[in-house]
Design a protein around this ligand. Sequence first.
Ligand code: FPP
Length: 229
Amino acid sequence: MEENKIPVHIGIIMDGNGRWAQLRGKNRSYGHKAGSANVERVAEHAFSRGVKAVSLYAFSSENWARPKEEVNELMKLLGSYIKKLTARAVKNGVRVNVLGERSRLSPELLRVIEKYTAKTAAGKLQLNILIDYGGRGEIVRAANAALERGETLTEESLSAHLYTAELPPLDLIVRTGGEIRLSNFMLWQAAYAELYFTDVLWPDFGEKELDIALENFAKRERRYGKIEC
Ligand code: FPP
């Protein structure tokens, strides 16, 4: 594969944990645990293939509406996962960032996020975990931040206030679990991203499946609205 055909920044909508657990006669939390165990495997494989940034949809602004127990389990899982992941990230030169609305997260989770992600600040590769994230909310928040500073709203001024301001553009979005929609994931950043959907449930999406997605991406012709001359 040519080097320029590897996406620089991939976004992943990790869907299908609940169904994966259900197929095994287990509860949804069992699926989320399997899903979180899969994160490092896929992210590390992506980095080994030359990807520089991976953004993962871990908890959407809409996920608060799930049953309280599932939300609590997910929040606990995210805290313990961030602790574990950041130790490995430091060794691998990966900077871990949590993107999303912080105000609704518990003080314990916020402490974990601040303490552990800070240790990874020197990493050159980027792993973003989107928690309490919604694409529309992010755009409104960025627009308000620009207006508060007296800036004229332009694509550039708004982009500079997005959570992703420091990140390269999103080249590829992968969604597992069979649904063909974006579900409020990185709507602004998705403008010119290639989209890849697969029926494979997130806990089953491994190195081989990522390679298939990368091969598929490499065949796409990206014209950004222009025509062939
Ligand atoms: C969608 O599956 C997945 C989520 C709502 C959460 C994603 C979370 C993880 C993979 C675990 C934690 C993540 C990190 C980064 C540690 P679903 O529950 O909607 O599945 P279903 O569509 O089969 O019901």
